[in-house]
Design a protein around this ligand. Structure first.
Ligand code: TRP
Length: 350
C-alpha cells in the first residue's frame, strides 16, 4: 500500500467546508492507503501560541477528526511533537537547504511581511531589507524561514508518495521534492522518493459561504462549524444572503442563490433540492422556507458528529490512548527511516 502523509494545522474548529473539502477524502484514503495524519503542533510555533492554546487546539482537532470518522485502527493519527525523529531529519535537511531558496518562498515573504508590519504593496526587496535592519534582528524567526524543511521532514520521514494538500501548499511541496532529491544526490543514494501532491481533486466539494459570494472559510467569517448547535446553525442560515426572487421562469441563479442551492445539494435529500429548484424555476420560491429547510438539513448532518465531538472531548483517557498509539506507530516508521539516514550520512545507527 502506498504511503500518504498529511499534516493538519491546529487552527480552530472544523467547519462544513473542511469536512467536504478535506476530511471526507481522508475518510476514503484511510481505506486505500497507509495513512499518516498528524497534528502539526511544531509548525504552529511560528505564531507563538500560549501553551494552553496548544493543548486545547490539539485536543480539539483530535476530537473532531475522530468524531468525523478518522479511524485510529486504520490510519496512524499522531501529534507531530510526539515524534522527535522528525526534528533530527529536519536538522539534516537544513544543513543542505539554502537560506536563499527559503527566503524566496512566497509564504515566507507573506508571513515575514506580516511580522515586520510592512504592507503587501511594498516593493519586492522590502522584506529582505527590513529583516537585516538592526531593529528587526529577531522579528522574523529562523523557524519561519525553515517551515518548508520541517514540512519536508514530516513527509519524507515516512517515505510518503502522496500528500493530500490544498493548492496553497504547492510551493512547500515543490521544496519537499527538492530537499528529497538533494539528499539523494548529496549522498549518491536513491533513498527518498519524491512525494507528489494529491489535490483533493474534483471529487471534493467546494462548500460555498452563505454571505453572498466565495467559499466557506474561517477567516471569511461565514463558516458553519460541525460543533455549532441547532440554534446557531439556524441563525447563521436564516441570515444568508438572498434576493427578491426570480421574475422570469428558468432564470440563471445569481451567486448568492446558487450558493444556497449548492449547500442544499450537499446536505439535503435530492427530493428536497428538486422541490426548491422547481419552485425557483416557476418563480414561486420563498427563500424563508428554503432556508428553514436548509438549516434543518444542516443540523441533521451535524448533530451526530457534534454529539461524538462532545463525547470525545470529555473522554480525555481515550484521546490520550489514541495519541499514544499513534505516536508509537509513527515512531516505528520514522525511526526506521532515520536509522538508515544516520548511516548514509556517516553516523552510527541508534
Ligand atoms: N503546511 C501545511 C498547511 O499549512 C501543514 C503541514 C505541515 C503539512 N506539515 C505537513 C501538510 C506535511 C502536509 C504534509 O496546511
Amino acid at each position: 500500500m502506498e504511503t500518504v502523509v498529511s499534516g493538519i494545522r491546529p487552527t480552530g474548529n472544523l467547519h462544513l467546508g473542511n469536512y467536504f473539502g478535506a476530511v471526507k477524502s481522508f475518510l476514503r484514503m484511510q481505506d486505500e492507503y497507509n495513512c499518516f495524519f498528524f497534528i502539526a503542533d511544531w509548525h504552529s510555533l511560528t505564531t507563538h501560541p500560549h501553551p494552553d492554546n496548544i493543548r486545547n487546539s490539539v485536543k480539539t482537532i483530535l476530537s473532531e477528526y475522530l468524531a468525523c470518522g478518522i479511524d485510529p485502527e486504520k490510519a496512524t493519527i499522531y501529534i507531530q511533537s510526539d515524534v522527535p525523529e522528525v526534528v533530527e531529519l529536519y536538522l539534516y535537511l537544513n544543513m543542505n537547504a539554502g537560506i536563499g531558496e527559503l527566503m524566496r518562498t512566497a509564504s515566507f515573504k507573506d508571513k515575514a511581511r506580516q511580522q515586520l508590519h510592512i504592507s503587501r504593496e511594498g516593493c519586492e526587496g522590502d522584506v529582505e531589507k527590513e529583516i537585516f535592519n538592526e531593529g528587526n534582528k529577531h522579528s522574523v524567526s529562523a523557524g519561519l524561514l525553515t517551515y518548508p524543511t520541517l514540512m519536508a521532514a514530516d513527509i519524507i520521514i515516512h517515505k510518503a508518495l502522496k500528500v493530500p494538500v490544498g493548492k496553497d501548499q504547492e510551493q512547500n511541496m515543490e521544496m519537499a521534492r527538492r530537499f528529497a532529491r538533494r539528499f539523494n544526490s548529496t549522498y549518491g543514494v536513491d533513498f527518498f522518493p519524491e512525494p507528489a501532491s494529491f489535490h483533493l481533486g474534483n471529487k471534493s466539494v467546494k462548500v460555498p459561504g452563505l454571505d453572498g459570494s466565495g467559499k466557506m472559510g474561517k477567516s471569511e467569517g461565514n463558516a458553519i462549524y460541525l460543533i455549532d448547535d441547532e440554534k446557531t446553525i439556524k441563525k447563521k442560515v436564516m441570515k444568508a444572503v438572498s434576493d427578491a426572487g426570480p421574475t422570469e421562469p428558468n432564470s440563471v441563479k445569481p451567486e448568492p442563490i446558487a450558493n444556497l442551492f449548492t449547500m442544499m445539494e450537499i446536505v439535503s435529500e435530492k427530493e428536497t433540492y428538486d422541490f426548491f429548484n422547481e419552485k425557483y424555476n416557476n418563480c414561486e420560491i420563498r427563500y424563508g422556507d428554503m432556508k428553514k429547510q436548509l438549516a434543518e438539513d444542516i443540523n441533521k448532518f451535524c448533530a451526530p458528529i457534534r454529539e461524538r465531538i462532545l463525547d470525545m472531548a470529555a473522554n480525555t483517557e481515550y484521546l490520550d490512548k489514541v495519541a499514544r498509539m499513534g505516536a508509537e506507530k509513527a515512531r516505528e516508521s520514522a525511526s526506521k527511516t532515520l536509522n538508515e539516514v544516520r548511516q548514509i550520512i556517516g553516523f552510527r545507527p541508534y
